[in-house]
Design a protein around this ligand. Structure first.
Ligand code: HPA
Length: 270
């Protein structure tokens, strides 16, 4: 893994001298965020050695390098999900690469199903913690100390300082936000009604199929992380019948401009 990461980093560095400090992973329907970047260089995934190629509708596959204000950013336009058949190593490989390109702050966005009754479709949730229910752990196997320690402290998976800054920005911009716990499952099915109830009983506010592996690997390497979720459907009796990927994409797009504004200002001000 170490050699593969270094090989990929060397390749990217041979293509661009750009050294990003902020990494951004864009979730479903949030690809428009790249319009906020003064783009310096774009690298399609299929040109990058060792990179998996993204397959899901609504996800484009490219690394986008550029600036927001005076901050240097690399954004993943399109991410890899475990349910697509990638291994956990593949799902999280780009996070390792970003770290060795210079990233020390990672911002992750996603779409999720809401189980907190205070949420509605289009609600924006700042992720304050997560529950990992994925069937495989991205750090399973021999640990390479060059990346990080065997046993990772998970007391602050999501940076308290970045959360506080985002709340300040949201209130200034008059954007309504919630904070909540994200429950990470593998998908690709949406949850049954009983499963949504379980998620709620176990202490989460929303549930989705991404983010947790990437955040774990970022924390393994001591990268400061921030997570934001758009509620694209509600996991309750009244709403469950109509949950579909189209509904998810539509709702994510609806909240897109506000999520973009939050991420953009967080990068500028943090
Ligand atoms: N469940 C899991 N993942 C999701 C959902 C959901 O309801 N909505 C968007 N991603």
């Amino acid at each position: 893994m170490w050699e593969k990461v270094q090989e990929t980093v060397s390749y990217i560095k041979s293509k661009t001298q750009f050294t990003p400090e902020y990494g951004v992973i864009l979730g479903s329907g949030l690809g428009g965020f790249t319009n906020d970047i003064e783009i310096a260089f774009t690298l399609p995934y299929d040109e990058i050695p060792n990179f998996p190629v993204s397959t899901v509708q609504g996800h484009k596959g490219a690394l986008v390098f550029g600036t927001i204000g005076d901050k240097k950013v690399v954004a993943m336009q399109g991410r890899f999900h475990f349910y697509e058949g990638y291994s956990m190593e593949e799902v999280t490989f780009p996070v390792r690469v970003m770290k060795f390109l210079g990233v020390n702050k990672l911002l992750v966005s996603n779409a999720s199903g809401g189980v907190n009754a205070a949420y509605k479709v289009g609600s924006i949730v700042i992720i304050k913690d997560h529950i990992n229910f994925a069937p495989e752990h991205p750090l399973r196997g021999k640990n390479d100390e060059r990346f990080g320690p065997r046993f990772v402290n998970m007391s602050e998976p999501y940076s308290r300082k970045m959360i506080a800054k985002t709340k300040e920005i949201a209130s200034r911009l008059n954007i309504e936000i919630h904070d909540g716990v994200y429950f990470g499952l593998q998908g690709p099915t949406f949850e049954t009604l009983a499963e949504y109830k379980m998620v709620k009983i176990l202490g989460a506010d929303c549930v989705g199929m991404s983010t947790v592996p990437e955040v774990i690997v970022a924390r393994h390497m001591d990268v400061e992380t921030f997570g934001i979720s758009v509620i694209t459907d509600m996991g309750n009796e009244e709403s469950i019948d109509t949950i579909s990927h189209d509904e998810v994409l539509e709702a994510a797009k609806m909240a897109g401009p506000q999520v973009r504004a939050l991420i953009k200002n967080l990068i500028i001000e943090y």
